[in-house]
Design a protein around this ligand. Structure first.
Ligand code: SAH
Length: 282
């Protein structure tokens, strides 16, 4: 709750500026925006909820469903009955062992959370998220993941820190947690509204050099960064002090392009090389 309050008290000009930087673009969508949005469910434990999610997605024209380490069968009498005719999405769903695998090709990952966490992260309302989707889904390589957590415990801090931003559906503060399928329904509806409002807009050419780094490329960078920072004695993994979480937040906020990621990785390699060739301390 504290973190939400923190954002609520930010002057609106600061938060507007922040989100303009985070989602800097005004370009219009192609007609296939909804195909580029993936619903990712982590550790779901009730088949009926997976069925309800399939129904909510099909109602709103979404079709890309990914299940991460589900704790139940996805195709059961209950899930098929709750899907109410959208059970083809259950059969098409991709199952992954980890969140990283499920979003490896994604250029934007947004974690849906009923609660806010210790380290404040860029926070969006469903409408703010939807307003940005047309631009985010613009190129053929764009993929947006909307990530949902477990029925009993939501998303872990580590999972939330793998997302560029978080989305919170405003609810009664004393009773803030929606049923999983209901939460997907709200965000899927916002996706559809954004698509409907943009569907007639002309497509805009894009510059291939501007490709955003994918989630997998960012994760490779974070691993390399951590290794290098340990190697040069800047980071002590036994006393992490949220360093990597803070650095993640910084880089995810910057939305680096693929080319920029390559430059940053080159800098890390040169740093490692220089550190390894420097004379040992007397
Ligand atoms: N008991 C869990 C919430 C589980 S609800 C907790 O306290 O964290 C299952 C999932 O639905 C959540 O992980 C989240 O992804 C989504 N969800 C539920 N309510 C939400 C809300 N108000 N805003 C955003 N996402 C929500």
């Amino acid at each position: 709750m504290l973190d939400c309050a923190f954002y609520a008290y930010l002057p609106s000009t600061i938060s507007e500026h922040y989100f303009k930087v985070l989602f800097q673009s005004t370009i219009s969508p192609g007609p296939i925006m909804l195909e580029r949005i993936r619903i990712v469910l982590i550790g779901t434990s009730h088949p009926g909820n997976i069925g309800g999610v399939a129904r909510a997605m099909h109602n709103m024209g979404l079709a890309d469903l990914a299940l991460v380490a589900p704790r139940c069968e996805a195709i059961t009498q209950d899930s098929i009955s709750r899907a109410s005719g959208a059970d083809h999405l259950l059969h098409q769903a991709n199952v992954h062992a980890t969140l990283e695998d499920a979003v490896a090709d994604c250029t934007l990952a947004v974690g849906a959370s009923a609660r806010s966490r210790t380290l404040p992260w860029p926070m969006l309302s469903p409408r703010e998220l939807a307003d940005r989707l047309p631009a985010e889904c613009q190129t053929a390589e764009s993929r947006v993941a909307l990530v949902f957590g477990r029925e009993d415990s939501g998303l872990t801090n580590a999972e939330l820190q793998r997302c560029h931003a978080h989305v919170h559906i405003p609810t009664n503060a004393d009773f803030s947690s929606l049923n999983l399928a209901a939460a997907v329904q709200v965000l899927a509806y916002e996706c559809r509204m954004a698509w409907l409002s943009q569907a007639d807009a002309p497509a805009v050419e894009t510059n291939a050099d501007d490709d955003l780094a994918t989630h997998a490329e960012l994760e490779r960078y974070f691993e390399h960064l951590e290794r290098t920072l340990i190697g040069i004695d800047f980071h002590d993994p036994d006393q992490p002090r949220q360093l990597m979480a803070r650095l993640r937040r910084l880089y995810l906020r910057a939305r680096p392009e693929r080319m920029e990621m390559n430059i940053l990785r080159g800098i890390l390699s040169a740093t490692e090389k220089a550190a390894n060739t420097k004379p040992p301390k007397p």
